[in-house]
Structure formats: C-alpha cells, structure tokens
Design a protein around this ligand. Structure first.
Ligand code: SAM
Ligand code: SF4
Length: 358
C-alpha cells in the first residue's frame, strides 16, 4: 500500500510529500500522526522543552497584511515593557526552570531599540549566570546587529519566511518587504552561528498544498534547525481578511493542514526542533497537544505580563490572555502529561540538527 511505503521511506521526494498533504481519510491521518510520533520518539525523544515567550513590545514599523499589530492598525494600544518588567519576566522563567526564553516584538531598527535589546540580552545572561538560553524573534536587522546580539549571548533566532512562494509573499506584504532580503537574513544568521529557526503561516488565502510542500523543501534546502509554523488565523482589522470568503471553513481547513504539516515535517526532517505553536490553540482548545502527538517537541508558554497580553493580538482568539505565567505553567504541564511526553526542565533543548550541521 502506498501509505505504508511512504511512511517508511527515508528520503521523501516532492511527490511523496504532496501525496501525504492530500490525505483526507481519518484512518490514514491517524497512521501519519502515529508514524511522526514514532520518529520523534526515536530522534528527539518523547520530551518537550519550554521556551518562555516575552512579547515585550507591539510597536512595529511594518505593515504585514495579516498581522493584528501592523503599524497602520490604529485600534492597537501600543506598549513597550520597561527593562525592569522584562527582567522580572525573565527571572520568573529562570526561577521556574524553563531553561530558555524567547524575546519577541514588532519590528524596529532604530538605535534606541537596538541598544535596548543589547542591554536586555546582557542583563538576562547576568541574572541567570549564563544559564538561560536566549532566542530572539525581532525581525529583519542588519548583519552587524545580529552579530552584536549573538556576541552578547543570544544563540537562537526565529525569522519566519512566512511562505516560500515569492509571488504569494509579495501579495501578503506591502512594499516594505522583500523576499530575497528575508532569505539573506536567514543566511546571515546561519553564517554568524545562530541556531536558525524559520516557519510559515499555513492556509493563507491563495496558498496551495503544493506551496506548503515547497515550504518543507525550502526548510530542507536551508538546513533549518527549528521550525515554528502554525495556521494563518484571521484578524478583523487587517487587509488580508478581505480575501477570506468563508471564515469557518478556513479555520477548520487551516487547523487540519497545520497538523499534517507538523507530522510531514517530522518525517522529512527527523532531527529538528518543531514548535507546537499558540496559533494552533486559537483554532482548537487542544491544538498544541495534538501537535505534540503529531511530532512537535517544543512549547512556548507566554510569560508576558497579563497587563500587556491583550495588546499583543496578532490574530483573533489568542489563548491565555487572562492568565498569569504560573497558570500557564500548571496547565501546560498537565497537557504534556496527557500526551505521554516528559517536560525537560532546566535545559536549553537545542536542536540535534544544529550540532550535525556545524
Ligand atoms: N515582528 C517579528 C517578525 O515579523 O518576524 C516578530 C513578531 S511577529 C508577530 C511573529 C510571527 O507572527 C510572524 O512571523 C507571523 O508568522 C505571525 N503572525 C502574524 N500575524 C499572524 C496571523 N494573522 N496568523 C498567524 N500568524 C501570524
Ligand atoms: Fe510587524 Fe512582525 Fe506583525 Fe509584520 S508580523 S506587522 S513585522 S509584528
């Protein structure tokens, strides 16, 4: 049977990936998810690593057509957490033994912002005696800036390509974005020595299953270490929502596509880190658990202070808005236990792929 053959193949080609993306039958999907979980167990283990996510500012100079905090959305109440608040959150992550943090914000590249991040990286390293791993997700910057942050102690960087289809990329971004520049940023991050993370949105208007398969091939070509990809979820105050004809259908389809993508990616790139992203939970209350069962191994609990969470809404129905970091910790611990995975506290949980490629 083709499914069994493909699930047990070592090097999946484009046709195999398209075949898997086309699976519809529940029994077959179950087999795909089970096989992905088996491969995860053999490669990265039945283990989950936490990265505490601090969304420290929603100020952004860009205008991505899909994003709720885009510059021109004047309904957003803009904030930047101050240094003390950010360090307090980082300290909470450290004391609760999460092992690493992710600093994320809207994009800015002015001197004041870069200096601010310099200081944060340095101080977070100090407060944790160098123990906290630091991932940055701060958009496109110059190579010099990436290098500076790396030298100060950041060691992983997340920059989603959003889609590897250049035409589609153009259509979801105004002229403030350029696909080739984004690709160059990914290459620069790799040259500097970061563990490189990228990802895509799944189910954008106009995106096909073939596009998504090509995204997986892009990740392979770029030898990416970690992937954070999740469903495209609408935000009412963005231009892209105008292109969605049936919102309910989009939600259902994007959720299924996202789970399939996680599983297929685990088959295609067995030794990388794959995040069970928060956007999955915006579409299904147990979305992240299902992603862990389909091959994901990283969770990024939001540790942003509850005062700010409501103002960092990239899409509708963002989960955990009213919760404190400690609520999220207990809730996630139970969820991971239900899946049968073990949380590894106090470790960076680096991608095995990174150590093989350097
Ligand atoms: N500003 C930085 C950047 O764009 O790389 C980091 C923060 S940005 C909010 C992080 C990610 O949010 C983006 O890469 C994008 O994929 C995702 N995102 C934004 N709007 C979204 C939406 N409507 N649905 C799903 N993901 C979305
Ligand atoms: Fe800004 Fe990032 Fe949102 Fe684009 S995705 S508008 S760069 S925060």
């Amino acid at each position: 049977m083709r499914l069994e053959q493909v699930l047990n193949k070592n090097n999946l080609n484009r046709d195999d990936l398209i075949y898997l993306m086309g699976l519809k039958d529940e029994d077959k999907l179950e087999k795909l998810y089970n096989r992905a979980y088996e491969i995860k167990s053999e490669t990265v283990g039945q283990k989950v690593y936490f990265r505490g996510l601090i969304e420290f500012s929603n100020r952004c100079i860009k205008n991505c057509n899909y994003c709720g905090i885009r510059h021109d959305n004047n309904k957003v109440n803009r904030y930047t957490m101050n240094e003390e608040e950010i360090l307090e959150s980082a300290n909470w992550v450290y004391e609760n033994n999460y092992g690493s943090i992710v600093l994320q914000s809207g994009e800015r590249n002015d001197e004041e912002y870069i200096e601010f991040v310099n200081k944060l990286v340095k101080k977070i390293k100090e407060l944790s005696n160098g123990e906290l791993g630091i991932t940055l997700s701060l958009g496109e910057q110059t190579k010099e800036t990436y290098q500076k942050w790396f030298d100060l102690g950041a060691h992983r960087y997340l920059l989603r390509i959003e889609t590897s289809n250049e035409e589609l990329y153009k259509s979801i971004h105004p002229n403030d974005h350029d696909f080739q520049s984004r690709k160059e940023c990914i290459a620069e991050l790799r040259e500097i020595g970061y563990q490189v993370g990228t990802g895509v949105m799944i189910g954008l208007p106009g995106q096909t299953r073939e596009d998504l398969v090509d995204d997986i091939l892009f990740f392979k070509d770029e030898s990416i270490d970690m992937i954070g990809m999740g469903p495209y979820v609408i935000h009412e105050d963005t231009p892209l929502v105008q292109e969605v004809t049936d919102q309910a259908e989009l939600r259902t389809r994007n959720f299924t596509w996202s789970l399939k993508m996680v599983a297929i990616l685990r088959l295609a790139m067995p030794d990388i880190n794959i995040a069970a992203t928060t956007a999955l939970q915006a579409l299904n209350p147990i979305g992240r658990e299902l992603a862990l069962q389909a091959g994901a191994n990283i969770l990024m609990p939001i540790v942003t202070h509850p005062n700010y969470r409501e103002d960092y809404q990239l899409y509708e129905n963002k989960p955990c808005i009213d919760e404190k970091p400690s609520d999220c910790k207990d809730c996630l611990a139970n969820r991971v236990k239900n899946v049968g995975d073990e949380i590894i506290y106090g470790a960076w949980g680096d991608s095995p792929h990174y150590f093989k490629r350097i």
